[in-house]
Design a protein around this ligand. Structure first.
Ligand SMILES: [Zn+2]
Ligand SMILES: [Zn+2]
Length: 104
């Protein structure tokens, strides 16, 4: 198995359908979250989703809706899945999604 010590240079930087060029996958993830997640942390059913502050470092990660997660990545995935509009159209009216890398 290859274990490259740096990111493969051949991998194109991900791009959002709105035209935003991300530096890497994490940058695109942050962009999508910023553009698509509603301000109120409330999903389409009126249920609030946000990370519950932990009383101490041993407390499990949890969402306001009652969902628990083992890792921050897992909790982020839950928040994104529940709060991202199915249309992927943000409040600015633009569609934000990973653009086809071959579309250039
Ligand atoms: Zn939740
Ligand atoms: Zn975008």
């Amino acid at each position: 198995m290859n274990a490259p010590c740096s990111k493969a240079p051949t991998l194109k930087a991900p791009r959002c359908e709105c035209g935003y060029r991300a530096a890497d996958a994490d940058d695109l993830f942050i962009h999508l979250a910023e553009m698509l997640l509603p301000d109120g942390d409330t999903d389409h059913n009126g249920i609030a989703h946000a990370e519950v502050a932990r009383a101490d470092s041993d407390s499990p990660l949890a969402c306001l809706c009652g969902t628990t997660a083992n890792t921050l990545t897992e909790l982020d995935a839950h928040l994104r899945a529940t709060l991202t509009p199915a249309s992927e159209i943000g409040p600015d009216g633009a569609r934000h999604a990973l653009a086809d890398p071959g579309a250039d």
